[in-house]
Design a protein around this ligand. Structure first.
Ligand SMILES: NC(=O)c1ccc[n+]([C@@H]2O[C@H](COP(=O)([O-])OP(=O)(O)OC[C@H]3O[C@@H](n4cnc5c(N)ncnc54)[C@H](OP(=O)(O)O)[C@@H]3O)[C@@H](O)[C@H]2O)c1
Length: 310
């Protein structure tokens, strides 16, 4: 299968390219600013995806069987800092890709976020529950879901995913990479004891995305995540244990939402996703947290510091 992948240099896209290549698919991978090598990418293209003409030309040249959109402004603070750019990337781009998928009769797989919900209830959210976005990133993701559904209802699947773990190309993107960078710099990261997430890894998600490319059913909005809900603080402790670091080498400050009331207004307390409907369709199995952290690697930027700790 010929797959057009955006965000090939991101946390999810880089892992997806490898997973797709292992299954024998040919990946055209679009990057923005990343200049390094990317395993699994057969054809690497640098395209500014806010440029509709350039994006359209790249898709039509590839004439793909599937379009997988892993490009985004994926950090909420970065959306607030540049709303026009994040609107173009998080809404304009998926809408355009869905229209192009419809045009070339390609499967379209778009990534959204658990953050479209307000996180005020502990029960898992179902894919049909009403979205209540409480920050700009979440509003853009919700808007992208509607745009994709309208543009390519018979080709598109939007997958809402949770906090993601894994090894990114630059070694600075994911939670364990940021925690290790803080510890190496002598900092004490602050993690909430009362914000709950249901993480999964980019590797596990990539397997799901490959399966979704290979089949044509299951259109609409779907949920994927891990099997466990835990606090950000508990997850940080599990990451510290995974790398066999002590509390002195890797301190974590426990913080509550009540201590940061302004920030808490734009942060969801509890985001659990009902993944049973999609899990029933797929061969890929959702993972427990222990299996997720076990696979994490020491990122290149902190490798020397890490070797000095043992
Ligand atoms: N990471 C999470 O915890 C998480 C959680 C829920 C949902 N998601 C969603 O999952 C998807 C993938 O997230 P991720 O964490 O893998 O993202 P990421 O690591 O931040 O990667 C973003 C990608 O977008 C590309 N990009 C940004 N602006 C671009 C532009 N103007 N032109 C071309 N490429 C551009 C970047 O390319 P360069 O780096 O080469 O510039 C990079 O490949 C996103 O839709 C995100 O919202 C992520």
């Amino acid at each position: 299968m010929n797959i057009f992948l955006t965000g090939a240099s991101g946390l999810v896209g880089s892992v997806f390219a490898r997973a797709a290549a292992r299954r024998g698919h040919r990946v055209t991978g679009v990057v923005g600013t990343y200049a390094g090598e990317l395993a699994g990418v057969a054809v690497k293209r640098a395209v500014d995806l806010t440029d509709e003409g350039a994006t359209t030309a790249a898709v039509l040249e590839a004439f793909p069987d599937a379009i997988v959109n892993c490009a985004a402004v994926s950090v909420p603070e970065q959306c607030e800092a540049d709303p026009a750019r994040s609107q173009a990337m998080n809404v304009g781009l998926p809408a355009l890709l869905a229209r192009l998928a419809h045009h070339v009769s390609a499967r379209c797989v778009h990534l959204s976020s658990e953050q479209v919900f307000d996180g005020t209830r502990p029960a898992p959210y179902g894919a049909d529950d009403a979205v209540v976005p409480i920050n700009l990133y979440a509003r853009q993701k919700a808007e992208s879901e509607r745009a994709v559904r309208v543009a390519a209802p018979e080709f598109a699947i939007t997958l809402r995913v949770p906090l993601l773990m894994g090894d990114s190309p630059g070694g600075k993107r994911s939670l364990h990479e940021r925690l290790l960078a803080d510890w190496a710099a002598g900092k004490t990261p602050r993690l909430y004891t009362d914000e709950f997430r249901q993480p999964c890894t980019a590797d596990n998600l990539a397997e799901v995305l490959v399966e979704l490319c290979e089949r044509r059913d299951g259109c609409g909005v779907r949920h994927w995540a891990g099997t466990e809900l835990l606090s950000r603080h508990a997850l940080g402790v599990k990451i510290r244990e995974r790398f066999r670091l002590t509390e002195t080498q890797a301190p974590i400050a426990a913080v509550t939402r009540a201590e940061t009331p302004e920030a808490a207004k734009k942060r969801q307390a509890c985001l659990a996703l009902d993944i049973a409907p999609l899990a029933a369709l797929l061969k890929t199995r959702p993972q427990a947290v222990a299996a997720q952290v076990e696979g994490l690697k020491v990122p290149v930027p902190v490798r020397e510091w890490y070797l000095r700790q043992s």
